[in-house]
Design a protein around this ligand. Structure first.
Ligand SMILES: [Zn+2]
Length: 138
């Protein structure tokens, strides 16, 4: 969480985000690494598109060094508003990830931070409706 908040503080007026890496257990997902958006990300007031090449390299580099504790588990982003609820576009993009071939998870996680410093955490299983889950900060 600290790394996400640091990235947000660089410019709290626009969206930012990145990828989440960690370990998937039966009933929980441990997030061990959090990336930034990358130099070519699109960061706007109400829109965010991560730098795909940067994030892909981040995923590969971390996996090569840390192995299974650095598996791709999902995405995070920041809303410069008081809402940490996923937007229609957010839900669609996570559904595309769970359906997509390039990603190795069928249950991607999304963490959204609001400008009130509260986070939501949702799981987006393939072919099913997303649901909220608890985010425990360790
Ligand atoms: Zn969003």
């Amino acid at each position: 969480m600290g790394k996400m908040k640091d990235k947000v503080q660089e410019n709290p007026g626009i969206e930012t985000g990145g990828v989440l890496l960690g370990e998937i257990h039966n009933n929980s997902i441990h997030i061990n690494f959090v990336s930034g958006a990358g130099p070519n990300a699109k960061k706007e007031r109400c829109n965010f598109e991560k730098d795909i090449e940067y994030c892909q390299n981040y995923i590969e580099d971390k996996y090569n060094v840390h192995g299974g504790i650095a598996a791709y588990v999902g995405e995070w982003h920041y809303h410069p508003s008081d809402s940490n609820k996923p937007s229609g576009i957010d839900i669609k993009s996570l559904t595309e990830i769970s359906d997509g071939q390039g990603y190795l998870t069928e249950n991607p996680v999304m963490i959204i931070l609001s400008n009130k410093n509260t986070a939501s955490c949702t799981i987006h299983p393939i072919g099913k409706k997303f649901y909220y889950t608890n985010l425990e900060v360790i």
